[in-house]
Ligand binder design. Structure first.
Ligand code: 9YT
Length: 259
């Protein structure tokens, strides 16, 4: 487990993108994908492009708004809780209308999948749906913007954690990076020996990179929390957890091939 609190992190160059941001999952972490936290001010213009050749790129808007124009002239407005995904051959130009904060993911393209060049999904399109993109996982909902069939080679979610819940989880078949950006609580792992809190009032984001497939328990405080979850490899979509207060052991998402 590697925990990174955003506050105080330096702004570093992001690969070949020309952007700078805080590193939350780096190439040196060697988990198959990278995650950066990037803030841009009103009026700034940025080119959104791959980390380096061959990388798909995804943008979760945590706050703010911007207009984005693709090389083919598509023009979209993005706002809070919108995810924009682009394949490795796609570059767009973003003009910030209100100070914007993005959680950006970079992942090498999978040669066996050809995703759409450009995909935009809003949280409101996923909330309340009954399919695989809005899965109840016992302690909340996982709203899945990108799943395996989208072809971007990574899953990006907005996941809620209900008040006063304890969730025993174990990702044996995936690497998960959880960016807690709303609410408070704590992660406990290593049979209770290690723990780290998340608290929006103290830090503006805490990344839990579960890089050793550690079994862990999440204790969420008395308000709903929200996180952005990155999964590599991508979730098929219908994975969910099963546990009760009486369950012993941790809930696991199966391997794609076992579904
Ligand atoms: C934080 C966490 O792992 N919650 C369980 C749900 C899971 N992350 C998902 O979004 O599928």
């Amino acid at each position: 487990m590697k925990v990174t609190v955003t506050n105080g992190q330096p702004l570093l160059d992001i690969g070949e993108t020309g952007l700078t941001g805080k590193v939350l999952v780096s190439s040196a972490d060697n988990v198959g994908f990278m995650v950066y936290d990037v803030s841009l001010g009103k009026g700034q213009v940025a080119t959104l492009k791959p980390y380096e050749s061959g990388y798909n790129h995804t943008y979760y808007v945590m706050c703010g708004t911007a207009s984005v124009i693709s090389e083919k002239g598509e023009n979209v407005t993005i706002g809070p809780d919108t995810v924009m995904a682009m394949d490795a051959d796609t570059t767009t130009t973003m003009t910030v209308s209100d100070d914007i904060r993005l959680s950006i993911g970079y992942v090498p393209k999978d040669p066996d999948h050809s995703p759409a060049r450009f995909t935009i999904r809003k949280l409101s399109e996923l909330e309340g749906t009954t399919g695989d993109r809005n899965m109840f996982w016992i302690s909340g909902y996982s709203r899945r913007y990108l799943v395996k069939s989208d072809g971007y080679n990574m899953t990006v979610t907005n996941t809620t954690l209900d008040p006063n819940t304890m969730s025993p989880l174990h990702y044996k078949n995936h690497i998960e990076a959880v960016f807690m950006f709303k609410g408070s609580g704590k992660y406990v792992w290593n049979s209770g020996e290690d723990s780290h809190a998340y608290d929006q009032e103290k830090h503006d984001g805490t990344m839990f990179l579960i890089n050793g497939h550690e079994a862990h328990n999440i204790y969420n405080d008395d308000k709903e929390s929200q996180c952005i979850c990155y999964f590599f490899p991508a979730l098929v979509g219908h994975e969910t957890h099963y546990f009760t207060k009486e369950t012993t052991g941790h809930s696991v998402y199966p391997k794609d091939s076992e579904k």
